[in-house]
Write a protein that binds this ligand. Structure first.
Ligand code: NAD
Length: 334
């Protein structure tokens, strides 16, 4: 029988996780929870996902013509694992609900590490999540950093990582956030929280980050600077990154995040998603003994395959992380 997965919070991340779960052989969506009856709710219903909502929203859903399968509590009761994709800091309020129902839960990067006690990146620490009740899939930026820092740390030893994150300021569908005409150091107080967040997945690594917000919706861009323990060449680094199934090298005239997003659409990816880190392999450089490179991260989609792997680990559907990654990739088309 397939693992029964419920999605609590069907927005940018939730709707993508739902579709990725449905592509797998060993898990299925038994319901999604949405608070408002908008176009996404209608589309969820059209896709055949049972729509659940908060007890006080049933009326407004039904008035809008949505067939309500039940309350969020009822959905949680029916699930083996809930993927909580509610907005950051909302997920924490659902913990009691999940504990009461005795259901496993996955939170996203907008919640604190302590909420789940296990922060997850498939390539880095799949085994740590085996059989766990609560796991947090780290944020888009932290996921992107773990995917390159972990294999480079294993191979060459990262002595010191210094990283600048240039962040998109809003998702493409977001009409509330900005700036639309400024570059904003965020946070101004340094270093940014992203470095400590990486350490929740790769304990002990020396990493410090700074972050700015830019008037773009398309992707994040990281400038990565590493001092490595072992002497190596840019080619050595490139060959390690080339082995990573969730790292894609970009070149061939791709000089910006805009062209990467065009590539994702040209590849026929659902919603124009780019699940892999996009590293400019031409940028991989050893300069005065230190490594430098650029990578771009599609904030809306890089965590999606990680959520699928987290479900597989927590439900113990597969004990080997590399096998889970291969299975998720194959079914999604990565
Ligand atoms: P979103 O705003 O796009 O979606 C959240 C959804 O949850 C909305 O549909 C909203 O209606 C619904 N919701 C709100 N309150 C709810 C409640 N009490 N019960 C059920 N549903 C409720 O948010 P998102 O961008 O998908 O972010 C979700 C989580 O994923 C956050 O922790 C965020 O930090 C993290 N994350 C976001 C991104 C990104 O770039 N968008 C990337 C990685 C991780």
């Amino acid at each position: 029988t397939k693992a029964k997965v419920a999605i609590n919070g069907y927005g940018t991340i939730g709707k993508r996780v739902a579709d990725a779960v449905m592509l797998q052989d060993d898990m299925e969506i038994i319901g999604i929870a949405k608070t408002r009856p908008n176009f996404e709710t209608v589309m969820a219903q059209d896709k055949g996902y049972p729509v659940y909502t908060l007890a006080d929203r049933v009326g407004s859903m039904e008035e809008a013509g949505i067939e309500v399968a039940g309350t969020v509590e009822e959905m949680v009761e029916a699930a083996d694992v809930v993927v909580d994709c509610t907005p950051g800091k909302v997920g924490v309020t659902n913990k009691e609900l999940y504990e009461k129902a005795g259901v496993k839960a996955i939170w996203q990067g907008g919640e604190a590490h302590e909420l789940a006690g296990c922060s997850f990146n498939a390539e880095t620490n799949y085994e740590e999540a085996l059989g766990k009740d609560f796991v947090r899939v780290v944020s888009c930026n932290t996921t992107g950093l773990c995917r390159v820092l972990s294999p480079l740390n294993n191979e060459f030893g990262v002595k010191k990582a210094r990283i600048t994150l240039m962040r998109r300021s809003a998702d493409p569908n977001d009409i509330k956030h900005g700036p639309i005409n400024a570059i904003v150091p965020n946070p101004i107080k340094l270093p940014s929280h992203h470095g400590p967040d990486v350490k929740t997945v790769i304990p002990g690594i020396d990493v410090a980050t700074t972050a700015v917000k830019l008037p773009t919706t398309l992707m994040h861009l990281h400038t990565i600077n590493l001092e490595l323990e072992k002497e190596c060449t840019a080619e050595d680094v490139e060959s390690i990154l080339a082995e990573q199934s969730r790292v894609r090298f970009v070149g061939q005239g791709i000089t910006s995040t805009a062209e990467i997003m065009e590539l994702a659409k040209d590849l026929g990816r659902p919603r124009g998603d780019m699940w892999e880190n996009c590293v400019w392999n031409e940028s991989i450089t050893m300069y005065e003994g230190e490594l430098y490179f650029f990578q771009a991260i599609h904030q809306e989609s890089d965590v999606i395959p990680e959520n699928v792997d987290a479900i597989r680990a927590m439900m113990e559907l597969e004990s080997d992380g590399q096998k889970s990654i291969a299975e998720t990739n194959a079914k999604m088309g990565i």
